[in-house]
Design a protein around this ligand. Structure first.
Ligand code: SAM
Length: 285
């Protein structure tokens, strides 16, 4: 069955009485070249287990199932169940869990379903949960080796920007703390049904085996990062001093001592500067 074929999708919908729910980000891929590339570039192979988020009619699920030892897909919309029963019928290495991915205990799922395998995550993500999904996988310290995911083009540029560049933001720093971020390829809006108003890109986040920068109190580190970027084009000393209730004089002196200009903007700071800033705040607050 060609799951990127529009008439095949329409026939599946008609037979199973399914209609799109826009609020769930249901833009299904109809460009046949995209899913094989996501699976290949995501590291799918016979020794690996894959987690997929959001199956749609199973277009990426089947590409993962062909290549991986096992696939566990999480889909929120139970209305897709009869369709998936049909489209995934030939794969006995694939299971669909009907749940909200944000409610799932990923570590438990990985231990139960993939006890003896490397684990990758691949998805054409619903855009409304891009950042929460990425942060959930990264912050929960899962065994996932990499995330190869479709996101809005603008989000791809933000996430994969260099820390210390004009495009960087709090999510750039957060992702870089845990992983190496790469933009793999662009996918135009016409590759989806229905077609969204924006283009997309596939990115790959490969988790660091050893984090190059380590903040003992990660919660505080990310609070410092979010605060520094809250007024991204302004001098960081103002929001930091107000948020952490530290006088500007003291903060300015400590920053200068650590080689960070008190007039710096968040977008000018490198990872080592942000970690140094976190150490300053940790000592002073
Ligand atoms: N993988 C399919 C494809 O490429 O055609 C579908 C991708 S579509 C952009 C996003 C999918 O995620 C939809 O099937 C939608 O129902 C599902 N979804 C939306 N929110 C979700 C959530 N919170 N948890 C799990 N799945 C979700």
């Amino acid at each position: 069955m060609r799951l990127t074929d529009i008439s095949t999708i329409r026939s599946l919908f008609e037979r199973h009485g399914f209609s799109f729910t826009k609020s769930l980000g249901q833009n299904f891929l109809v460009n046949p070249s995209v899913c094989p590339k996501i699976a290949e570039m995501g590291g799918a192979d016979e020794n690996t287990g894959a987690i997929e988020i959001g199956t749609g009619v199973g277009v990426l699920t089947t590409e993962l199932a062909k290549r991986c030892k096992k696939v566990v897909a999480i889909e929120i919309d139970k209305g897709l169940a009869p369709i998936l029963e049909e489209t995934l019928a030939e794969f006995d290495n694939t299971e669909v869990i009907f749940a909200d991915v944000l409610e799932i205990d990923l570590n438990k799922l990985i231990e139960e379903k993939f006890p003896d395998m490397d684990v990758i995550l691949c998805a054409n993500l619903p855009y409304y949960i891009t950042s929460p999904v990425i942060m959930k996988v990264l912050e929960e310290n899962t065994r996932v080796k990499s995330l190869t995911i479709m996101v809005q083009l603008e989000a791809a540029d933000r996430i994969c920007a260099k820390v210390g560049s004009r495009d960087s933001s709090a999510i750039t720093v957060a992702v870089n703390y845990y992983a190496k971020a790469e933009k793999l390829f662009r996918v135009n809006r016409g590759s989806f049904m229905p077609s969204p108003n924006v283009d997309s890109a596939v990115i790959r986040l490969t988790l660091h085996k050893e984090k190059p920068y380590k903040a003992e109190n990660e919660k505080l580190f990310f609070e410092v990062v979010r605060c520094a970027f809250s007024q991204r084009r302004k001098q960081i000393i103002n929001p930091l001093s107000a948020n952490f209730k530290i006088s500007k004089e003291i903060l300015s002196r400590e920053m200068t001592q650590k080689g960070i200009s008190p007039t710096a903007r968040a977008e000018n700071l490198l990872m080592e500067d942000l970690v140094a800033l976190y150490h300053i705040i940790e000592q002073l607050k």
